[in-house]
Design a protein around this ligand. Structure first.
Ligand code: FAD
Length: 507
């Protein structure tokens, strides 16, 4: 017995891709007949929901996975995957424009084919969607329900009129783009991460409002495609979370790609004149006007807690902070856990994945794994990339932890010089007097790859003295990490030992 799920407006309509729809939201999907009670019911099939569903089902649990839109969530459909795919094309254009620097004469005119770049985004998104297709999940024994989940009690959920009962549940409804309340913006129309990847033509000009990771990544990408791009951010520097020297390098990189930078600038109101959007901004009391074809907002994310009827389940939440969880990711209802963007400050796919794994252990197997024990790396995929793991200097200071920092500029790394990718640095913070790594920031073209070595070291308790003993293939950009470790070992050479060594050599 099956029920036919009828979506009024099929969510794939704006996505322009048949294969993605067939995988992430098959148009003819029939929701299964629910079992009497699920061991684990999961609301939301983004990275957190998918990881938990597959993990729990593989361990023998009866699992229901409810998704109101597309399997894969933000990451696959409107986030990591399309943005990184588009960034790859824009990076290639930037490299081609710089080809003479490498002794390559580019064709007379490098032509940007934006529709083709966007077609590539859609085809890559579709290809990646195969891994978590509805059919595949069903074959793994997961009951996939399409529809909006609403709690009707402490152990029940309603999905489009069907009641599902659970022993344990996990809320993984993610987050959505925070919408600015700028007068006239809604009437003028604007893009968010949910619509920008539907563009089929490159706008001639674009105002990006917000200089966080999403704003910086997309501003640089659009500028590299040849779109006149302006970024307005209402703080003194981009990427407020990152160390200032790192954020400054990104600002310089954006400027050298031709992005017009307006810092300490607020968009006040928007009006439309003909086909143009006129944005009035204010900076230090000075009012200015920016005229563009499109506006993209990337001012932050808010947890998706609306319409879940959390009150009925006794789950406490805050519209800004999301679902309240303890260190074991348990909500105020002991049966219900949460994972991913909906409850975490760190809104990344890696964190969604790791938190979901914790929930499977804690909810189903009496685990006592703490979220606070995780070492969380992240990366902003501008060029150069900024990646970070562990503590920042300011956090160490606030906690009274004495730290010492070892910094290696990328222009001291042979491979970075050979590659013409010398912008950036590796900065590693250790607990003063020891080689224990507390945190690190990497700014480099491949910082996202390099940070993983440092995360591994932190999780495995590997200090800088061990890293200094590890041979690194030459020439690689990750040698910057070894150079920082070598700098640490040199500090171990006390004047007394140096004197002894000199005496020994000169004996
Ligand atoms: C432009 C952009 C680029 C990004 N790039 C990166 C990156 O490079 N690296 C990185 O680590 N992170 C990146 N992120 C962040 C990353 O996408 C999120 O952290 C990640 O998707 C969070 O996963 P999640 O499972 O918590 O939630 P989501 O991916 O948001 O999934 C939640 C799902 O729940 C569903 N849902 C919501 N309410 C209900 C309901 N009531 N009933 C049923 N289903 C419901 C939604 O439809 C959605 O599919 C990016 C984000 C954006 C916006």
């Amino acid at each position: 017995m099956f029920q036919i799920h009828e979506a009024m407006n099929h969510p794939c309509e704006g996505v322009h891709d048949h294969e993605l729809c067939a995988n992430a939201r098959p148009p003819t999907w029939r929701n299964p007949t629910p079992c009497e009670r699920y061991h684990l019911l999961i609301v939301g099939a983004g990275p957190a929901g998918l990881v938990a569903a597959r993990g729990a089902a593989a361990l023998g649990a009866r699992v229901a996975l409810v998704e109101q839109h597309l399997l894969g969530g933000d990451c696959l459909n409107y986030g990591c995957v399309p943005s990184k795919t588009l960034i790859r094309s824009s990076r290639l254009y930037a490299d081609m424009r710089n080809a003479t620097h490498f002794g390559v004469r580019p064709p007379d005119r490098i032509q940007v084919d934006f529709p083709m770049a966007m077609a590539r985004v859609r085809s890559i998104r579709a290809r990646i969607s195969r891994a978590d297709s509805a059919a595949r999940l069903a074959a793994e024994g997961i009951d996939v329900f399409f529809g909006t989940a609403r709690f009707t009690g402490g152990d029940t959920v309603d999905v489009e009129g069907t009641r599902l009962r659970f022993k344990k549940a996990m809320i993984a409804t993610g987050s959505r783009s925070m919408l600015p309340t700028i007068p006239g913006l809604a009437q003028a129309g604007y893009l968010t991460n949910e619509t920008v990847f539907d563009l089929t033509a490159l706008p001639a000009s674009l105002l990006v409002i917000g200089g966080g990771p999403v704003g910086c990544e997309l501003a640089q990408a659009f500028a590299r495609f040849g779109c006149r791009t302006i970024i307005a951010h209402d703080e003194p520097l981009f990427l407020p979370r990152e160390e200032r020297d790192a954020a400054l390098l990104v600002a310089e990189a954006l400027a050298s790609d031709g992005v017009e930078i307006h810092l300490n600038t607020k968009a006040m109101n928007v009006r439309v004149e003909g086909a143009k959007k006129i944005v009035e901004t204010i900076n230090d009391g000075n009012v200015a006007t920016i005229v563009v074809d499109e506006i993209l907002t990337g001012i932050g994310r808010v947890p998706a807690v609306a319409n879940l009827n959390l009150e009925a389940a006794g789950v406490a939440f805050d519209p800004d902070g999301g679902i309240q969880v303890d260190d074991f990711l348990r909500t105020t209802n002991r049966r219900i856990f949460a994972a991913g963007d909906v409850c975490l400050e760190h809104k990344f796919t890696d964190t969604a994945d790791a938190s979901a794994r914790i929930v499977v252990r804690n909810a189903l197997f009496l685990g006592r794994q703490r979220f606070s024990a995780l070492t969380i790396p992240w990366c902003t995929y501008t060029d150069p990339e900024i990646a970070h793991v562990g503590l920042y200097v300011r956090q160490a200071r606030a906690r009274g932890i004495p730290i010492k920092t070892f910094t290696v500029p990328m222009h001291d790394v042979d491979r970075a010089i050979a590659d013409g990718e010398e912008g950036g640095f590796v900065k590693i913070h250790v607990h003063e007097g020891t080689d224990t790594i507390l945190g690190a920031t990497v700014v480099a073209r491949h910082a996202g790859e390099m940070i993983n070595d440092l995360s591994l070291a932190m999780v495995a308790g590997i200090g800088l003295s061990t890293i200094a003993r590890v041979m690194h293939a030459y020439p690689t950009q990750a040698e910057a990490i070894k150079k920082a470790a070598n700098a640490y070992t040199r500090t171990r050479l006390s004047p007394w030992i140096a004197w002894l060594l000199r005496r020994w050599i000169n004996r």
